[in-house]
Design a protein around this ligand. Structure first.
Ligand SMILES: [Zn+2]
Ligand SMILES: [Zn+2]
Length: 325
């Protein structure tokens, strides 16, 4: 089995699930699209739904950041503990054996830690949870969000063995046969990106990371960090216009920069992640189309043929998306 990424939370900044009005619009659009269909089985309904664009039959954003790196190992590997970590925990069968959970923390903004108080394995004695990261305040911050009057259940109620593995910039990690290298990213208060490699396949989690004009430098360190990755999960919160005007220096990147860095580093699959909560699903679908178009024109600029296109595949993250390296 190749290493893969499972997206449990794709939304940036705060949870932003679809409202009843949003869902009604989707149902209406789907019914209208199906007006000439004659269905004789639910299988045919499913097949038809599959032909609709994702924004019409689903949603791109609900939970905040959490990505599982599934490498077939006994230990569990998670990136960040936004509200998506709760859905991960809910997916575990009741008879799940005691385990070690590694949580790699990009940084301590609330959308990356706010799911942890709802992470049920932390309340089970015998489980082991190890937070890995670079911010000295990880333990203090994880504890603080569970103090009164903000939260009714104190941290001390968690009976798992919880450890904090705080490292120095440049450090790398190893979990079973997965090697993990890291990079410091431009974001208010700093954030870190993680590259997971197993048997020559790689998945990179690079959320909350701004790439300014310095990214044009041929020796820009991220090109090396992203080089030949099979999957790159990339902070594409903003449109190019937003990222280069009003939201400059807010610590996030955009879909155009995503394509350029992925193409330069010859990344195979690009996943746009950490969606702007104010964008509708339709807006995000437009970002996807813009990303595909820009990839075409960027690659054509270098006279590449279809087989040489990088990234080969571009996906928009949504809760439940699984991407195999
Ligand atoms: Zn964030
Ligand atoms: Zn942040």
């Amino acid at each position: 089995m190749n290493i893969k990424a499972i997206i449990w939370g794709s939304c940036g900044s705060l949870p932003s699930p679809a409202s009843s009005a949003n869902i009604r619009e989707k149902v209406k659009a789907a019914l209208w699209a199906a007006r000439d269909q004659k269905f004789t089985s639910e299988t045919e309904v499913d097949a038809f739904l599959h032909t609709l664009p994702h924004h019409m039959r689903g949603t791109f954003k609900a939970n905040t950041s959490c990505v599982q790196i599934e490498a077939g190992s006994e230990d569990v590997i998670l990136c960040d503990a936004g509200t998506g970590i709760r859905d991960y925990a809910l997916s575990l069968p009741a008879d799940t054996p005691l385990k070690t959970y590694h949580i790699f923390i990009s940084h301590l903004h609330w959308d990356h830690i706010q799911g942890f108080p709802f992470f049920t394995p932390a309340y089970i004695p015998g489980n082991r949870i190890i937070f890995h990261g670079f911010h000295a305040a990880i333990e203090e911050t994880i504890r603080a969000q569970m103090t009164s009057p903000c939260f009714p259940v104190p941290y001390e109620t968690m009976q798992a063995d919880i450890e904090f593995d705080i490292r120095a910039p440049g450090d790398s990690f190893q979990v079973d046969d997965v090697a993990i290298t890291t990079i410091k990213q431009q974001h208010p208060g700093d954030s870190w990106g993680y590259r997971f490699e197993q048997h020559g396949k790689s998945v990179i989690y690079s959320s909350d990371s701004e790439h300014g004009p310095e990214a044009q430098d041929p020796n820009y360190p991220f090109i090396n960090f992203f080089r030949n990755a099979d999957v790159l999960i990339f902070d594409g919160q903003y449109t190019f216009l937003e990222a280069t005007t009003d939201k400059r220096n807010w610590g996030h990147s955009n879909h155009i920069t995503a394509v350029e860095l992925a193409a330069r580093a010859r990344v195979k699959q690009l996943v746009i992640f950490h969606h702007e909560p104010a964008h509708t699903d339709r807006d995000i679908e437009e970002i996807h189309q813009g990303t595909l178009q820009y990839r075409r024109s960027y690659n054509q600029k270098f006279n590449l043929n279809d087989q040489d296109f990088f990234p080969n595949h571009i996906a928009i993250a949504y809760d439940g998306l699984v991407i195999e390296a």
